[in-house]
Design a protein around this ligand. Structure first.
Ligand code: ADP
Ligand code: MN
Ligand code: MN
Ligand code: MN
Length: 369
């Protein structure tokens, strides 16, 4: 199989002509939602009479559930309820991308709609001003599902030169990374950075800081934009936490966390208390840190390649072989944030942030797992 997709071989030079055609006061709105795998994103587009000013101007919509693994049988229409609006970096202003929650015909959250329960928890912890920043790692793959740019037979030279690297033999696929970054900024995603990762063809972008439910919303739309940019270039962005066995790093979604109390003077004490609580709930967290209850992360959290074992909870200052890391600067300042290194690259950020908020801020002391 050819490693670059057919879609990328279309003449992209024609596109700007059509995009520049005037559209009057009409507005194209692309609805996005998470499908029944809990990992895939789906989208469809409609025309609105005028540009929506807020999320309330965007009507509910629906789709056929069985086509996205989301319903069976006769009551198969699902509702799309708009929750957050972004500028559309592909169709350009005034067009929009709109993230939606999925509900069943009887108005219950669909199986992989984790946003509703997350937002309820976030409402209960509002006073703590809970901030998150997530580091999304991913691997670029060709259509043959081998890492993009790797030799057809054999392997690139061992890990070492690639992390934050530059040069044709070190950085594989930078166009995608830069275009994704720009597209996110245009859209209004709170993207704060990007870097090449330890394994060639592996990259990371960071989103944050976001408060509460905003974290999941921004990360999911940033992922959509990544898949959409990759489509233009004809390669695939994989969130598999361990795309290759052997001496190659896996892909995580480190989650950085702070409350108002942690950010204030003497906040380290609050950070340490949160870590203690997380330590007592290691299994609960591992269960929700990938879409398969820990099965995916098992391949990644081996205790090697900058990870800690999935079987034991650990924490430490400046160490990258732990479940939870306190950055050196935070330990010096005695305030700031901590980093949960366990979430898998394919985690649902709603589940991850909900579990952290619940364990650290809502659960009564001494409650058993
Ligand atoms: P690393 O050194 O682990 O690779 P990165 O620079 O990739 O760290 O990412 C740092 C992340 O921490 C960013 O997503 C940023 O938004 C987040 N962050 C910074 N300060 C805070 C804070 N006070 N609370 C929560 N997250 C934070
Ligand atoms: Mn990082
Ligand atoms: Mn990283
Ligand atoms: Mn990190």
């Amino acid at each position: 199989m050819e490693s670059v997709a057919a879609s990328s071989r279309l003449n992209k030079g024609l596109r700007p002509h059509y995009l520049s055609l005037p559209q009057g006061s009409l507005c194209q709105v692309t609805y996005l939602w998470i499908d029944g795998t809990g990992e895939g994103l789906r989208n469809k587009t409609r025309t609105l009479e005028k540009e929506p000013q807020t999320i309330d101007d965007i009507p509910e919509w629906n789709f056929h559930g069985p086509s996205t693994y989301q319903a069976t049988g006769s009551n198969s229409d699902m509702y799309l309820i708009p929750v957050r609006m972004f500028r559309d970096p592909f169709m350009l202003d005034p067009n929009k991308l709109v993230l939606c929650q999925v509900f069943t015909y009887d108005r219950l959250p669909a199986e992989f709609n984790r946003r509703l329960s997350c937002s309820k928890v976030m409402e209960q912890v509002l006073e703590h001003r809970l901030w998150f920043g997530m580091e999304q790692e991913y691997t670029l793959l060709g259509m043959d599902r081998r890492p993009y740019g790797w030799p057809a037979n054999g392997f690139p030279q061992p890990q070492g030169p690639y992390s934050c690297g530059v040069g044709a033999d070190r950085a594989y696929g930078r166009d995608i990374v830069e275009c994704h970054y720009k597209a996110c900024l245009y859209a209004g995603i709170k993207i704060v950075g990007t870097n090449a990762e330890v394994m060639p063809s592996q990259w990371e972008f960071q989103v944050g800081t976001c408060e509460g439910i905003e974290m999941g919303d921004h990360l999911w739309v940033a992922r959509f934009i990544l898949h959409r940019v990759c489509e233009d270039f004809g390669v695939i962005a994989s969130m598999d936490p361990k795309p290759l066995q052997g001496d190659w790093n896996g892909a995580g979604c480190h989650t950085n966390v702070s409350t108002k109390e942690m950010r204030e003077e003497g906040g380290l004490e609050h950070i340490e208390r949160a870590i203690e609580k997380l330590g007592r709930r290691h299994t609960r967290h591992i269960r929700v840190y990938d879409p398969r209850g820990g099965e995916d992360n098992k391949r990644r959290l081996t205790g090697f390649h900058e990870t800690a074992s999935i079987n034991h909870f650990s924490a430490g200052v400046a160490s990258r072989e732990v479940s939870i890391r306190i950055p050196r600067q935070v330990s010096q300042d005695k305030r700031g944030y901590f980093e949960d290194r366990r979430p898998s690259a394919n985690c649902d950020p709603y589940s991850v942030t909900e579990a952290i908020a619940y364990t650290c801020l809502l659960e009564a002391e001494g409650e058993e797992e």
